[in-house]
Design a protein around this ligand. Structure first.
Ligand SMILES: CC(C)(COP(=O)(O)OP(=O)(O)OC[C@H]1O[C@@H](n2cnc3c(N)ncnc32)[C@H](O)[C@@H]1OP(=O)(O)O)[C@@H](O)C(=O)NCCC(=O)NCCS
Length: 179
């Protein structure tokens, strides 16, 4: 568990299914996401169970549920996936998903910064990356605000709404974070 100025973060657990389903079945939230919105509770349940199993393995990744400090309302999920790990450190990819009622209040930036600080402080990570659909300009702004630099464009790397779309990737090295 960790926290930032307005939020607390804890690992996803089996009490979170309803929130998980509502968040990832919302077409607005999933508009630019890598995956499609869930179309049924069964599909969501399967993915949810897999996430819970996955985060038991240090080599896979973890989902953190973010809740408001003042009234404990859960507003979103910030997560990481381990892309690579060896004795010199790891490369982790982060992502953030927030319920639409809470957009535009700086929460994603706060969540991203909190997770980046938590990972660099507590894990042998040497680089953190984030990526987005090229039209997800809000997400790109957040990556810049997190101090990340653009690595490049993965050409037509995502399939969304019936066509291939470029993916933009940013990253932050441990050395840049500590400066
Ligand atoms: C993307 C998402 C996480 C943003 O959350 P949020 O809490 O509203 O984001 P923040 O308020 O922290 O920051 C948004 C920034 O983008 C900027 N922004 C908004 N619309 C923009 C646009 N069209 N072009 C460029 N920047 C834009 C805002 O001005 C703000 O920057 P500022 O604080 O300097 O003004 C949220 O909309 C969401 O959950 N979307 C669905 C999931 C998703 O796309 N996740 C990202 C990919 S992993």
């Amino acid at each position: 568990m960790f926290h930032s100025s307005r939020l607390t973060y804890r690992k996803l657990n089996n009490t979170d299914f309803d929130f998980f389903y509502n968040l990832f079945s919302d077409q607005n939230v999933m508009k630019y996401a890598y995956l499609e919105a869930f179309s049924s509770k069964e599909e969501a349940k399967d993915a949810f169970e897999k996430k819970l199993v996955m985060q038991e393995d240090d080599n896979e990744g973890t989902q953190y549920v973010a809740a408001l400090k003042n009234d404990h309302t859960i507003i979103g999920i910030v997560d990481y996936e381990v892309l690579l790990k060896n004795h010199l450190g790891g490369i982790y990819e982060i992502g953030y998903f927030i319920q639409t009622d809470y957009w535009g209040k700086g929460y994603a930036t706060e969540m991203g910064k909190a997770l980046i600080d938590f990972l660099f402080n507590n894990d042998n990570v040497h680089k953190i990356v984030a990526s987005c659909h090229k039209e997800n300009l809000t997400s790109e702004t957040i990556m810049k605000k997190l101090g990340m630099r653009q690595e490049g464009v993965f050409r037509l790397a995502r399939y969304k709404n019936g066509s291939w779309i470029d993916e933009i990737r940013y990253s932050l090295l441990r050395q840049e974070w500590s400066e």
